[in-house]
Unconditional design. Structure first.
Length: 560
């Protein structure tokens, strides 16, 4: 019934508004007032009737004889009272207009999911709320001040509107309700003014008590280290201790385990190593959680749980790319322990495979590299031959390079090789560039090969006496100079019948300890050949002498 009555009233208001004649622009305010009065009259008639009906029912209730009659009348009184409340509300809504509807804002309600999330992270929110209590309180006060200021503005508008309607009203039936509405909005106006005064005083008091920024920060840090800091330190100590304890126990078990003693590097031992590492990490995490639980630090406990959940969720998508790394850790990948691999252009021995793989090269100074296991992806290793060198030279070896450099390697690292030349100068190569020079290592033994020629007039003795005599003279002289162990062999053979001379190939093999005299030995052999020719009267062809003199002038500071 009340909905039908309200609909009837609204239809009457709309009918009157639609039937009203348009007025000039200069009388907009008067037209609005007249329309409001007309709407109020349409509402006040059923409101007066409802009040009269309510009074009649109350009188009947007093005169009712039986209890059943009283109950029936009471039901009708309740319905009529609800009707009066709705009609009076409609009356006041028309008076208040849009300002009355906006006076009380609707409160936002949380969904059940938000409530559950809030409950889950309540410790963290509580800590943040406590840390930011002062600025939040100031913000709430300023927001409340803005709300009550806006409410007072709307109450002022509604009160002024009711006062204007009261002055222009000529219908006595509207007077009681207009007075009631005016008192209602004046009470709201006074309430808003009082709230504004109180909130303004609170804001001024908070501003006076406001601390400097550095003092607030120092207070927050001191509170953290006094409470959370101790808990965090204890948790970290417990986690590290449990991790080291598990690792120590596992290392002790490895000493007595037959799997590790007799099956070093086997698949079973590697799986047990990985499981032991995982168990140590889990034990450390559980100890950290246990410390936070025992200490009652729900904030840090919640943060750790959130981090673990986030890590597990991220690991779900990130785990597949690590399958190859796990296979590598189990020594089942393309790179395996105790095999040979080329890395950055140099050969290395895979000493051990782990989260950081160890590469070694016994012939290099500082020849130990720790490589992240992810860098092993794409590499391939192979079994190394026992006789296969790891580098062509060692420290203090004498070498001859493709660019003509002759000297001793005094430094060779994975980055550079330094060669000490005769006279004391140093020449530095990048290690890979040094290898490209195809170094000839003289320190393990070397051969000096040279060619010496005699004139054709000695052709009769060129195949027997001349090579035999040259070989005997050179051998005797070099053995006398350096000892028989240093001179391994001397061979002199007829090489060819040249255009102007009979040429002999002289090959002299020496021990590596004479590598520092490599160039001197070459000159010594040439000198012995010339001395033998002078002693025996052998003629050295002019062309041969000329060539030798030209060669000597290229290296001598005082050419003849």
């Amino acid at each position: 019934m009340r909905w039908l009555l309200l609909l009837t009233v609204l239809m009457g208001v709309l009918a009157r508004l639609s039937a009203a004649d348009p007025l000039p622009e200069t009388s907009n305010s008067t037209v609005a007032v007249d329309r409001s009065l007309s709407s109020l009259k349409n509402v006040i008639v059923p409101l007066i009737g409802a009040n009269e009906e309510l009074e009649k029912l109350r009188a009947e209730l007093k005169q009712a004889a039986s209890e059943e009659a009283k109950q029936g009348i009471q039901v009708r009184i309740d319905a009529e009272r609800e009707r009066v409340r709705q009609l009076r509300g409609n009356f006041r809504d028309i008076l208040g207009g849009a300002e009355a509807a906006e006076y009380e804002g609707a409160d936002a309600t949380d969904t059940s999911l938000q409530a559950q999330i809030s409950e889950l992270i309540q410790p963290m929110l509580g800590e943040l709320r406590e840390a930011t209590s002062t600025p939040r309180e100031m913000e709430e006060l300023r927001s409340a001040l803005e709300t009550w200021t806006e409410r007072k503005r709307k109450a002022d508008i509604v009160t002024a509107r009711i006062q204007d309607l009261t002055l222009r009203n000529k219908d006595k039936a509207l007077v009681p309700e207009l007075d009631s509405a005016l008192r209602f909005w004046e009470s709201r106006q006074a309430e808003a003014a009082g709230q504004i005064e109180v909130i303004s005083a609170q804001i001024e008091d908070r501003e006076r008590q406001k601390r400097p920024l550095w003092e607030t920060l120092s207070l927050l840090f001191s509170r953290f280290f006094r409470n959370r800091g101790l808990n965090l330190l204890l948790a970290l100590m417990a986690g590290v201790f449990s991790f080291l304890l598990v690792r120590r126990v596992y290392r002790s078990l490895r000493r007595f385990s037959p799997v590790h003693r007799h099956g070093k590097g086997s698949l079973v031992s590697r799986i047990s190593d990985i499981l032991a590492m995982a168990f140590a990490v889990i034990a450390a995490i559980l100890c950290i959680l246990l410390v936070f639980y025992v200490r009652g630090d729900w904030l840090l406990l919640t943060l750790v749980v959130i981090l673990l959940i986030g890590g597990a969720w991220a690991g779900k998508a990130a785990l597949p790319p690590y399958v190859d790394q796990i296979r590598m850790l189990l020594n089942l990948g393309s790179v395996r322990e105790d095999e040979r691999v080329v890395y950055l252009g140099l050969p290395w021995k895979v000493a051990s495979i782990g989260f950081f793989t160890t590469f070694t090269n016994p012939n290099l100074q500082g020849g130990l590299l720790r490589i992240p296991i992810r860098d092993l992806m794409g590499m391939m290793s192979r079994e190394a031959d026992p006789k296969e060198p790891w580098f062509p030279t060692e420290e203090d070896d004498w070498v001859v390079l493709a660019d003509g450099t002759y000297g001793k390697t005094i430094t060779q690292t994975p980055e550079q090789v330094v060669v000490l030349k005769l006279g004391g100068s140093l020449k530095t190569y990048a290690t890979t560039d040094f290898l490209e020079q195809t170094p000839e290592n003289l320190s393990r033994g070397f051969r000096i090969g040279c060619v010496f020629g005699v004139d054709y007039q000695h052709q009769a003795e060129s195949t027997d006496r001349i090579p035999e005599l040259l070989e005997r003279v050179i051998t005797t002289a070099l053995v006398a100079d350096f000892g028989g162990k240093m001179v391994r062999s001397i061979k002199v053979e007829l090489k060819s019948a040249g255009a102007s001379s009979l040429d002999y190939q002289i090959n002299a093999d020496f021990d590596g300890s004479l590598a520092s005299r490599y160039q001197m030995l070459n000159r010594r052999i040439q000198r012995l050949c010339v001395e033998t020719c002078n002693a025996e009267g052998w003629v050295i062809p002019f062309t041969q002498v000329t060539v030798h003199q030209a060669d000597a002038s290229a290296f001598s500071p005082h050419p003849a």
